[in-house]
Design a binder for this molecule. Sequence first.
Ligand SMILES: NC(=O)c1ccc[n+]([C@@H]2O[C@H](COP(=O)([O-])OP(=O)(O)OC[C@H]3O[C@@H](n4cnc5c(N)ncnc54)[C@H](OP(=O)(O)O)[C@@H]3O)[C@@H](O)[C@H]2O)c1
Length: 330
Amino acid sequence: MESFRACVVREQNQEVSYSVENTYPDLLSKGNVIIQTAYSSVNYKDHLAVKAKGGVIRNYPMIPGIDVSGTVVSSNTDAFQVGQEVLVTGFEMGMTHTGGFSEYVQVPEEWIVPLPKGLSLRDAMVIGTAGFTAALSIDALENMGMTKSEQPEILVTGASGGVGSVAIRLLSQSGYAKITALSRKKQEEKLLLSLGAKEVLYPEDVIPEKLKPLGKQRFQYVLDTVGGNVASALIPQIFYGGSISMCGNAGGIKMETTVLPFILRGVNILGIDSVNYPIEKRSRIWERFANEWHIMDSLCTHEIGLDELGKTFSAIEQGTHVGRAIVKIK
Ligand SMILES: NC(=O)c1ccc[n+]([C@@H]2O[C@H](COP(=O)([O-])OP(=O)(O)OC[C@H]3O[C@@H](n4cnc5c(N)ncnc54)[C@H](OP(=O)(O)O)[C@@H]3O)[C@@H](O)[C@H]2O)c1
C-alpha cells in the first residue's frame, strides 16, 4: 500500500483542524486486518470529533469516522479472508484508532462483522452506527414489553436525525402504527410522515414552561436521541409501566428529574450503547437488517465524497442536517 486519501484531524496550540490529504500507512492504527474502504457514514459523534474539546479524539493526528464497510485486502487471521466484504462500527474507531474517513482502515479482527448476505456495502453504511443504535433502542423497548399487538403510543425524539429517522422507519416497517415524531424542523413534517409517523410534534408541544414531577401520561414508550431538557420534559409524561430508551445527548448531557416517575409510575430508563456492544451479538442485528427489515429504499439518505465532509459537519453543528449522509470513498 502506498499513499492513500484520508481526512486527518490535527491539534496544534490547542487549535483543532482537519483536511483531506494524501497520507501513508504509518498513520494507520495497528490491527491484523486491513480493509479497503468502500463507504463510511457521518454520525453526530464524527462532527464532535473534528471540534476542539469535542471529547471524541484522544490522540492526534487522527483519522475520524466511526463506521466503515469495505473489502479485506490483508489478513493474518483465518477468521477473515482477502476479498471478503465486511463492516465495522464503533469500538475505538475514529477516537483512539484511525477510522473510516480513509481509503484504508486497519483494525483488530475482534471488531469486524462479516457483511450479511442481502446487504450491500452501501446498505451497511446507510444503516451505520445510527441505524444500528435505532435497532438496539427498539430491541431494548421490546424487551420491556413494547409490542405491536398492543399498538402503544411511541414518541421518537430528534426525529429528522440519523438515529431518529431510521427508528421511525424501522418501527413503522415492523407494524407499529402510533408513532409520533418530535422534531425542531417544521419544514420536515412531510418527510417524517412519509417515514411512518402518524403525527409530528414540536418542542413547544411537549416541553412545559415549568417542569412538573409528574405530567399527563401521553406516551407508553419514548425512543430518545436528544437527552437534555427534552428527556427531562418527557419522563413525567410516560405512562405507568412505560419506558424511555436513551442513546443521545444532542440536546445536552444534563437532565432534570425527580424520583416520582420511577417510584409512582414504574417508569424505566434504558441506556443504549452501540460503541462497545459485544461483537458476538452484533451479527444478529445486522441479519435482521438484511432479512427482516426492508427499509433501505425508503430512508432519507444522501451521498457525499470525502471532500464534502466539512459541509456535513457544519450542517450537523447548525442543526440543519437531515437523515443519513453516506460517504463514498472508492
Ligand atoms: N449511545 C450510542 O451508542 C449512540 C449511537 C449513535 C448516536 N448516539 C447519539 O445519538 C444522538 C443522535 O445521533 P445522530 O447520529 O442521529 O445525530 P444527528 O443525525 O445529528 O441527529 C440528531 C438530531 O437531534 C436533534 N437535535 C440536535 N440538536 C438538538 C438540540 N440542541 N436540541 C434538541 N434537539 C436537537 C435534531 O433533530 P430535530 O431537528 O428533528 O429535532 C437532530 O437532527 C447523538 O447525541 C449521538 O451522539 C449515541
